[in-house]
Each structure stands twice: as C-alpha cells, then as structure tokens.
Ligand binder design. Structure first.
Ligand SMILES: Nc1nc2c(ncn2[C@@H]2O[C@H](COP(=O)(O)OP(=O)(O)OP(=O)(O)O)[C@@H](O)[C@H]2O)c(=O)[nH]1
Length: 393
C-alpha cells in the first residue's frame, strides 16, 4: 500500500497544488524540462539584445549615448548568459524563480534608457514593452506571482519615464491601462497553463499509481496461485508429494522411461515401530520424526526421483532410469544413513529405521495400485524378517 499523500487538489488562484509535498514533487518532475526551455529563451533574449545594438549604432552613431546603451545591453546579456550557464548545473533555479526575476528586472532598465535615448522610436519602445510583458510570464514557469512583480516594475517604470518626459497625467494613466492589458493576458494565460500542467501531472501520477497497484495485485495473486498449487500437490505435514501428485508424476515418468527404454523402480518405505515413538513421546514428536525423515529422503535422492507420502508413516519412492539392482543399492545407502542419523527431540537423540519394499516396473505394468501392492508385499516380508532392510519383489 502506498502511504504518500494522493491529494491532487489544485488552488485556482495560486495555480499550484494545495498540498506542498505534491507541489514539490511536481516541480522536481518538471524541473529539467522547464530549465531547458528557459535556457533556450535566455539565449534568444541575449542574442536579440545584442542584435538590436546594431540599430542603436545606425540611429545614434558613435558617442556617449551609444556607449551607455551598448554597455547596458552587454551587461544584461552577460547576466542572461550567466544564468544560462548556471541553469545547466542547477536546474532548481528555474523552480525558485528569484534569479530569473532579478535578471528580468535588470533587463527592464534597458527599455527606460531606450525611451530616453532613442528619440526616433519612442512609440516603438512602448509596443516592445507590451510584448515583453507577455513574454515575462513565459520565462518563469511555476512562479506566476514573481512574473507579476517583474511586470509591475516594468510597467510602473515605463509610466514614470513617460511622466518624467513631461507627459500629462491622462497620457500616463492611459499608458498604465495599455500595459495592464498584456500583463493581465499574460498572467491569466500563465495561470491556466500552470493549472493544465498540474492536472496532466496528477493524471500521470494516478495512472502510475494504479499500474503499481495492479502489479502488486498480480504479484499477490501469483503468490496465492503458487501457494494453492503447493497445497493441492503436497502433503501438509511433510511437504512431500501427495497421492494425486505422485500418481500423476508416476504416469509421466513411466511413459518417459518406456519411450527411452529405461528401467524404473518403485519402492514403498515404512518406518519401524513408529507406534512406539507416538506412544512414548506423543503425536507431536511423531510428527517431528516424520518431517525429519521426509527431509532426509528429499535430500538423499536424485532430483529426478519422486518422493511422496503414501499415508501415515509410509512413503513412496519412484526411481526413474533405475533398475532393481541399482535401486537396492540406493535404498540400502538410504536405509543406513537414516539409521545412523537419530532425530533430535526433547534433548534426546531418537534412533529411527525403516523397511523398504522395492520392485521394478514392468513394460505391461500400467496400474500403479498393482505395482504398489507388489512392493508392499516385499515390505511386509521385510517387516517379518526383522525390519530395517530392503526387500525386493
Ligand atoms: N505422529 C503421527 N503419527 C502417525 C501419523 N500417521 C500415522 N501415524 C501413526 O503411525 C503409527 C503406525 O503404527 P503401525 O502401523 O502399528 O506401525 P509401526 O508401529 O511403525 O510398526 P511397524 O510398521 O510394524 O514397524 C500409528 O501409531 C499411527 O497413529 C501422523 O501423521 N503423525
């Protein structure tokens, strides 16, 4: 389960997520892209600044005014390029927005200078200021209110310049209205853009989260399926194959061995005097012994052999690609190892032994019950002959 907040509500007037941690996550997510587009914009801005310097030269010729203007252009371009360079290593500058706002305020001063020094293009300056006001909102993603500050500085500065040149109050106020228009358009466009970006991000996060939940659910179901399969095919106490499973595996191995013309043996194994263990130590100890023996059988036999619990303290061993003589040798080794490995219970070492009845599966042996009965008969004889031995049938 995911504990992180999933409160994707948006504040319409701030243009941000209501929850600060979600807002931060969004900014981290979009930072690299935003920094890339801001750097591109800074480069264009710096290039235009320098390019328009050529027009200053043709209008003013060489002189103090040109040097002043060109000096400011160079200084602004340097600030913009410094920011461009900084953004490469520190894309978080785009999210906090202050450095970009400072650069914008610095760059705005050029318009005031142009207004005073380029008498040939006074009305042009005002038109360019109006366009720049719009552009301001595009330069600072996620910080629409900082853009508003920079826009206010540029607008009020421009109005002050107009007033300083002796224009009447009606002209100054008129200019204020003219500049308020692109500011309002820029502000609301940026606000809507910010909201749209965040809505898209919220959708993306919800899809990712749903996918993750789906993956978790698939994993949970796979584990459940595996567990159900395990329960359906194994004996709960020993973990060995249950009757249904070893019957199925027997048929598969029998067909495979007959196809490859290999021999195959089947053995029934029964613990000796197991009743005594139960009676003397209790049923729980008896269970512990059964688990120990099951573990022993699984480890000692080949991976291709099939070990199942036949019932009670009886086990069934299916040995593919194994003739009778070979099976007897294997089972004798198993028997000896079992007898030599007492089971530790209640601080004691409990000796355990078993009797084995083994038979070879004949080509006309199709019925497992018949084969088991044959092996069981040998086992029965082994019990009668004193137990702890391997008997053949
Ligand atoms: N603890 C435990 N005992 C079981 C389980 N299934 C069967 N038994 C016990 O196994 C014992 C089998 O006893 P018997 O059939 O008399 O055989 P035995 O005592 O091993 O004697 P021999 O086979 O003749 O050597 C009985 O006491 C059953 O109760 C089981 O799952 N857990």
């Amino acid at each position: 389960m995911h504990t992180a907040t999933t409160d994707y509500r948006l504040s319409g007037w701030r243009g941000e997520f209501v929850h600060p941690s979600i807002e931060q996550a969004f900014r981290r997510h979009s930072e690299a892209d935003a920094a890339r587009s801001l750097r591109r914009a800074l480069l264009v801005w710096a290039s235009l600044l320098l390019l328009f310097g050529l027009m200053d030269y043709s209008a003013l010729g060489s002189g103090y005014d040109l040097f002043l203007l060109f000096g400011w252009r160079l200084a602004t371009a340097a600030v913009l390029l410094l920011l461009y360079w900084q953004l490469r290593s520190k894309p978080s500058l785009v999210s906090d927005g202050y450095a970009v706002t400072a650069a914008e305020v610095f760059g705005s001063v050029l318009f005031f200078m142009l207004y005073f020094l380029r008498h040939d293009m006074v009305s042009w300056v005002i038109a360019v200021v109006a366009i720049s006001l719009l552009a301001l909102f595009m330069f600072i993603p996620n910080r629409v209110y900082l853009s508003l500050l920079a826009a206010a500085f540029l607008s009020i500065g421009m109005m002050a310049c107009v007033a300083a040149r002796g224009m009447g109050a009606d002209k100054v106020i008129g200019l204020g209205f003219i500049l308020a228009l692109p500011t309002a358009v820029g502000f609301f466009t940026a606000l809507r853009w910010q909201l749209a970006q965040r809505q898209q991000y919220a959708l993306l996060m919800q899809v990712i989260s749903s996918n993750r939940d789906l993956q978790d659910e698939i994993k949970r179901r796979e584990a459940l399926e595996a567990e159900l399969k395990r329960q359906a095919t194994t004996d709960p106490l020993t973990g060995l194959f249950n009757r249904r499973q070893y019957e199925m595996l027997f048929q598969r191995e029998r067909e495979r061995c007959s196809r490859l013309q290999q021999e195959m043996s089947l053995c029934v194994m029964d613990l000796d005097h197991f009743k005594r263990i139960n009676d003397q130590y209790g049923h729980d100890v008896g269970d512990t012994v059964l688990k120990h023996v099951a573990q022993h059988l699984s480890c000692a036999l080949r991976h291709s052999d099939v070990v199942g619990r036949f019932g009670g303290e009886e086990f069934i061993l299916i040995l593919p690609d194994t003739g009778l003589e070979q099976a007897v040798a294997v089972l004798n080794r198993l028997r000896e190892a079992l007898a030599e490995t007492p089971v530790p219970v209640q601080g004691e070492l409990l000796p355990v032994s078993a009797t084995f009845g083994v038979t070879t599966v004949q080509p006309d042996d199709f019925d497992l019950e018949v084969i088991i009965r044959r092996a069981d008969q040998a086992l029965y004889e082994g019990k009668g002959a004193g137990r702890n031995r391997v008997m053949t049938a």
